[in-house]
Write a new protein. Structure first.
Lengths: 223, 505
């Protein structure tokens, strides 16, 4: 390195240092409270190219914009099945995530959805969902959508869709299926905006019913 | 209770039984045992050929008695069969059981029989296995027929009654090998009950000619069925030789080994995944019925007889280490009759009309609760592992696999001749042969290495043990899906990518 280049570098660093020091980081790790696992180990015998790889390890940190908050706690929930056989719809956002009896709702067979009203349009940065984590099972046609329209007829953003054969009729999804575990499934909405969040499923590998232990939506109010 | 009220209540019980047993027969996916029986029956239907297999399968009555159902629906091949044709057979026998019960009214009382009929119509266990294409409901029907005939013979010996008992015993034996528990249990119960009761008109004992005629009737009926209507005369002998297999199976270690109180726990209380189940009402009333039977033992033959039969068979089945939930039916029907006796005794013990009305109202409310459970067990949680009567049941996810293959065949040039290769162990192959019965080119192998070339096969089905080997061979030429066969047992389906594209269009 010649002398001129060295001088330029030192001058640049000296000039930019105050700017860099004064700027706060724009991302932080999303802090989550996870329930204890209900089954030991992972079902390693389940292998399929259409199934997310089972690593047996925890998910690792997920970064979100600073100021991201839990928006869904105690927010009102509606569903395609208005009278679940087991549980109450409020349990989807009650903050209780344990896998045992008394912590989940059970919706009817075939395609069903739950919808959370966040109260106002928000910018979403993480969605965490637990369908049922006391048994290794895969829920079919998991589709997560965000919209400002409570009927999801317009302005719909699809965050996740693993309905690879379009059997639920909302379009072919490219995402893979996954096995339910205690740490839940984290969906990255990538800043999608909307007031309402809707999650679909279409039965599971153990039975044709649909379950939710908890759904958490993290984000910031829309600017 | 007068005859008219009794007839009305029996009619109501029969209507409830038929409604619960016949409605939506295809709602629950075929259990692998049902599928196995269905394919066996398909061979009989298509070729007229049946030969008793002493290593596997039970007696032949189920298959022969399914023939009229298939003929009535104009079905002549395995491919044309459906769940309705098969399951209507146990459903009809499970309902017809109620028609046998009035024959016990003289011994147990009309009130007891009416209550017992209503409880048997509403019992989740009796209903659930009456919707199952297995031998148990037929066995219960023939056993109750034998129980009634033997009891009547004990009361008033006659050649016709002895032959009736013999025919029922023969049919029970030609249905399932566990008849060797229930038939002697009924005989022992009749002997003891007769000795301890001093009922008027009691018999002086068994006459040799009657015994010979009854035995001959039983052997003749068993021979007709086991010999496949005289085609394979050694069939009856084979059924005797099968006992070494069943005795070994009954005591050998394996997944069906359960503790002695398995049946009692199953019926009394179970709680799983937010669902609670109990047939405690029947058990509690049956206990009252046993008390009534003991109290009346010196005066009445029938209460003692039914109580002894129920207890002896319950103890015998509980002592056999090999247990499957449907094996409880032969003794549980006795408990249901005792529960009817208990219910009638409770109502009868009320001193005023108001108290009697209250007792009836409480019992009806409890019966309603039983009915709600019956509906849940058969129409909501019919294949859910939380249902205590569900046992190694095929997952509701599995018929999706069958529909997928049918849909793929619909867009494949070969249609139902599309080649399907299955690579799975025997336990994971069933009930595929039933669900793929309309596909004419399906091959089964235990290991992928034995199945030959795979990359040009339109559809491959592999167990998880074979998935790695198949993945390595097909690479990117196939898309994959997986389906639940049973809890924690998945099958992977590989579909040729070109076929998949056609399908998505």
């Amino acid at each position: 390195m010649n002398k001129n280049m060295l001088v330029c570098t030192i001058v640049s660093v000296v000039m930019l240092a105050p700017l860099l020091a004064g700027q706060a980081p724009d991302k932080e790790e999303l802090k989550l409270q996870l329930p204890k696992p209900m089954f030991i180990g992972t079902p390693t015998n389940i292998k399929s190219p259409n199934l997310e790889a089972i690593t047996g390890k925890s998910r690792g940190p997920f970064m979100v914009p600073v100021g991201t908050k839990l928006l869904s706690l105690k927010r009102p929930v509606t569903s395609s099945d208005r009278q679940p056989v087991i549980g109450e719809l409020e349990m989807v956002t009650d903050g209780e995530k344990e896998g045992g009896d008394g912590y989940f709702i059970e919706l009817g067979p075939s395609k069903q959805w739950v919808q959370i009203d966040l109260g106002a349009p928000c910018e979403l940065h993480a969605i965490l969902a637990w369908h049922y984590h006391s048994q290794a099972r895969v829920y079919r046609d998991v589709i997560v959508q965000v919209s400002d329209d409570k009927d999801f007829l317009k302005g719909v953003t699809t965050v996740f869709n693993n309905d690879h054969d379009n059997s639920s009729g909302l379009g072919v999804g490219k995402d893979k299926e996954y096995i339910e575990v205690a740490e839940g499934r984290l969906f990255d909405p990538k800043g999608a905006k909307g007031r309402y969040l809707r999650l679909y499923s279409n039965g599971n590998t153990a039975n044709d019913l649909n379950h939710y232990v908890e759904v958490e939506v993290y984000g910031t109010p829309s600017k | 209770m007068n005859r008219f009220a009794f007839a009305c209540l029996m009619g109501v019980a029969l209507a409830i039984a038929l409604a619960f047993r016949l409605a939506a027969p295809d709602l629950r996916p075929m259990h692998h045992d049902e599928a196995n029986q269905a394919v066996k029956f398909g061979t009989l239907l298509e070729t007229g050929e049946y030969q008793y297999d002493r290593e596997d399968h039970h007696g032949p009555t189920l298959y022969y008695l399914t023939l009229p159902a298939a003929w009535a629906r104009g079905q002549s091949t395995l491919a044309s069969l459906d769940e309705q044709t098969l399951r209507v057979v146990p459903a009809v026998f499970g309902s017809a059981l109620i028609l046998l019960l009035p024959l016990l009214a003289g011994g147990l009382g009309r009130g007891a029989i009416a209550a017992g009929a209503l409880l048997s119509a509403l019992s989740p266990a009796l209903t659930y296995y009456s919707r199952f294409y297995i031998q148990e409901t037929l066995l219960v029907f023939f056993t109750i027929g034998f129980l009634i005939a033997l009891g009547r013979y004990a009361q008033r010996p006659a050649m016709a009654t002895a032959c009736w008992a013999g025919v029922c015993a023969g049919l029970a034996y030609a249905t399932k090998e566990t008849s060797v528990i229930v038939v002697p249990a009924a005989a022992a119960a009749a002997l003891v009950a007769h000795r301890f009761s001093r009922a008027p008109g009691g018999s002086a004992g068994v006459r040799v000619a009657h015994l010979a005629a009854g035995t001959a009737a039983a052997l003749a009926v068993a021979f007709v069925f086991y010999s496949s209507f005289f085609r394979h005369p050694s069939g009856l002998l084979e059924s005797v030789r099968a006992f070494s297999t069943y005795i070994n199976r009954g005591v050998a270690a394996g997944s069906h080994i359960q503790p002695w109180d398995y049946y009692l726990r199953l019926l009394s209380f179970s709680s799983s995944g937010g669902l609670v189940w109990t047939e405690g009402l029947i058990l509690a009333l049956a206990l009252v019925g046993v008390v009534v039977a003991v109290r009346r033992s010196s005066a009445g033959f029938w209460p003692t007889y039914v109580a002894l039969y129920s207890v002896i068979t319950a103890v015998a089945f509980s002592l056999v280490p090999y247990k499957t939930p449907w094996n409880l039916l032969p003794f549980y029907i006795g408990f249901v009759l005792l529960a009817g006796l208990g219910a009638a005794a409770l109502v009868g013990s009320a001193r005023s009309r108001v108290a009697r009305g209250l007792a009836v109202a409480v019992l009806l409310a409890a019966a309603w609760h039983l009915g709600v459970q019956d509906w849940r067990a058969n129409f909501r949680y019919q294949a859910d592992p939380r249902n205590p009567y569900v046992y190694a049941q095929t997952s509701p996810d599995f018929p999706r696999l069958a529909r997928r293959i049918a849909d793929l065949a619909g867009v494949h040039p070969d249609r139902n001749r599309m080649l399907v290769k299955v690579m799975a162990g025997p336990y994971e192959q069933w009930p595929l042969p039933w669900y793929l019965r309309r596909m004419t080119r399906v091959g089964y192998w235990s290991r992928a290495a034995e199945a030959g070339r795979l990359d040009d096969v339109p559809v491959i089905i592999a167990s998880q043990e074979n998935a790695d080997a198949v993945n390595a061979v097909v690479g990117d030429t196939h898309v994959s899906e997986f389906y639940g066969l049973r809890p924690d047992v998945l099958l992977t389906v590989y579909i040729d990518r070109t076929l998949w594209s056609h399908f998505l269009k």
